[in-house]
Design a protein around this ligand. Structure first.
Ligand SMILES: NC(=O)c1ccc[n+]([C@@H]2O[C@H](COP(=O)([O-])OP(=O)(O)OC[C@H]3O[C@@H](n4cnc5c(N)ncnc54)[C@H](O)[C@@H]3O)[C@@H](O)[C@H]2O)c1
Ligand SMILES: Nc1ncnc2c1ncn2[C@@H]1O[C@H](COP(=O)(O)OP(=O)(O)OP(=O)(O)O)[C@@H](O)[C@H]1O
Length: 270
């Protein structure tokens, strides 16, 4: 198999582990390449995130590193995360489990598809989110006013610090902290969770991906759209955000660890 390795670059131990994993995978007969930032820290040559191609990309890092890789890849290649982070919800294997896993999977892997949302502002596509798009006020302690339209019908209007448009994958991330439900990633939907809504009755909404979803920013206050904590865009006054299911889902290697076991083990003691 053709395998690309990405390591978080801020931890020398993760980089050393990645270098030894590269040798181990070559020993199993795989063709191995390094992402260029990772490679530079190991004194070698590599390929950019945009050039990643092949059968598998192994990410040694935490959730931020997995999100960065999925965000930067031009074409989605199956991802396997090896947890070198604080939580590593998206990084299924622990470093000491990787050797056995690769030895047992020399021919291929079972791949799980995770929906992403495509976000456009005033008709201009800004990118896909694996976790969420966050519309947030620029000024602390100032609220934005939002309108939510489902199939053209006004569904809600409220004032809040911000609004999360999350995927089921993102439901265990920021959306969870903001009071949203944990959503089984086998369900496809747009999860809307307001941040500190100034209203007694405002609730999270889970909306089918088959519907047309539009969010209007109804104030002239400065705001930003942040995708997966990776890319930030300034929003024009009274911008309209269009949300669609991306035709490029993220692909994850299924390691056999049940989603709800991870919820129970990784999210209980944060
Ligand atoms: N209050 C919050 O909970 C909060 C605030 C900002 C960002 N975030 C999340 O952080 C993500 C960016 O990650 P980062 O590591 O670059 O930022 P970060 O370093 O600020 O860490 C955010 C935390 O969220 C966890 N996380 C990220 N995605 C997750 C997922 N799908 N399921 C469970 N936990 C998850 C990470 O493990 C990390 O501990 C954003 O997409 C957003 O969802 C959460
Ligand atoms: N190859 C790379 N090149 C540049 N930056 C990288 C690379 N790999 C990781 N990073 C950045 O390094 C940081 C590593 O954080 P990461 O989220 O992976 O770990 P953590 O915060 O300790 O764990 P968790 O998110 O699981 O709690 C992230 O900001 C990520 O975007």
């Amino acid at each position: 198999m053709k395998i690309v390795l990405v390591s978080r670059i801020d931890e020398a131990d993760a980089l050393r582990y990645t270098a030894s994993l590269a040798r181990e995978l070559e020993g199993l007969g795989h063709e191995v390449a390094l992402e260029e930032g990772t490679a530079a820290h190991l004194g070698e040559g590599g390929i950019s995130f945009e050039e990643i191609d092949g059968d598998l990309v192994v990410v040694v890092g935490g959730d931020g590193s997995v999100l960065l890789t999925v965000h930067q890849m031009k074409k989605q290649v199956p991802v396997l995360g090896i947890n070198w982070g604080e939580v590593g919800f998206l990084a299924d294997l622990e470093p000491d489990e990787a050797g056995t896993f690769f030895a047992a999977h020399t021919e291929g892997f079972h791949i799980e598809r995770r929906m992403r949302v495509s976000l456009s502002v005033n008709g201009v596509p800004l990118g896909d989110a694996l976790n969420e798009g966050l519309v947030v006020t620029d000024r602390p302690a100032k609220m934005l006013r939002f309108g939510v339209y489902v199939d053209g019908t006004p569904a809600e209007r409220f004032r809040a610090d911000g609004l999360l448009v999350s995927t089921p994958t993102g439901s265990t991330a920021y959306a969870m902290s903001a009071g949203g439900p944990i959503v089984d990633p086998q369900i496809e939907g747009f999860l809307l969770v307001p941040l500190a809504p100034y209203m007694l009755s405002s609730r999270p909404h889970l909306i089918s991906t088959g519907r047309n979803l539009e969010i209007t920013l109804e104030t002239e206050k400065p705001a930003h759209l942040v995708i997966d904590g990776q890319s930030t865009f300034e929003l024009e006054k009274e911008a309209t955000l269009t949300v669609k299911k991306s035709d490029q889902p993220a692909l994850f290697v299924h390691t056999g660890k049940p989603f709800f076991e991870k919820v129970n083990h990784k999210l209980r003691n944060l």
